[in-house]
Design a protein around this ligand. Sequence first.
Ligand code: C2E
Ligand code: MG
Ligand code: MG
Length: 276
Amino acid sequence: KNTYQFFTEALNEQAIRRAQIEGALRKAIEQKEFVLNYQPQVDIQTGRLVGLEALLRWHSPIGHISPNEFIPIAEKTGCIVPIGEWVLKEACRQIKEWEKQGFPNVKVSVNVSARQFKDPEFILKVKTIIESYKVNPQYLEIEITETVMLNVEESLQVIDALKKLGVRMAIDDFGTGYSSLNLISNIEFDTLKIDKSLIDHVIDSQRNWSLMKAVISVGNSLSTHVIIEGIELQKQMELLKDYAVIGQGYYYSRPLPPDELVRHWDQRNALWKANH
Ligand code: C2E
Ligand code: MG
Ligand code: MG
């Protein structure tokens, strides 16, 4: 009304793809098309495995679609609520399974989106899942980004309730968005994850490196774990060796299906033992 718009073929194609994804997403849980892959989080100084991040993969009937494309659509349609619940259950099932196999006894972090966090039943769902899978809540970490916490007051209550359940909390993608110091001063979180965009330029930019050191020291002085996301190069890892930080990135390993992950780490540990 009172405006005009250009309708292009590209827009049309985009709308069709979106509608296709929306339709397929609705059936994806029922059709058992989702799996979780796990990416190692490694103590940079010792090389020890200290955690895993669960990352959603969709074997969709309409070809390869990355989480960066389908998660925002699932959020808009509300599908993310049942999907997120499936992710929590599957991660807890896997934690228990690994416990039985004697591997690897580290925390598993799960990404939770804003829409899930706002669900009034979220806390109850987490509690019920932990209880029904009988997992030690200390082995479960919930990753949230700043957008999840747009309403700080409300979010603080949810975070508080989650902490009371015994699960850990991580702030994801820190260094993008507002990266508010007010926010991190108000929240009792266990892990600060520094966004990949910062490590990407530490080698060629002195200013980035200074900033990285400052953010690490913020995390260290709050006594939280600091995870550097997206380490791809040995050079990046070496720069960080003098700091008490955890690394996550392709340099250590891509996200892997659970059985591959176990093989990869068993091999790595055997090599490590042979060399020490
Ligand atoms: P994120 O939580 O920040 O996860 C890290 C992303 O960086 C993952 O992408 C991981 O595969 C990728 N990554 C890790 N190391 C490297 C590296 O060295 N280089 C590069 N280029 N990338 C690296 P992925 O799996 O495609 O997921 C993208 C985003 O989708 C996640 O970002 C997260 O925000 C969202 N996501 C994934 N799984 C879930 C889920 O189960 N629930 C929700 N709500 N969101 C999810
Ligand atoms: Mg994450
Ligand atoms: Mg991240």
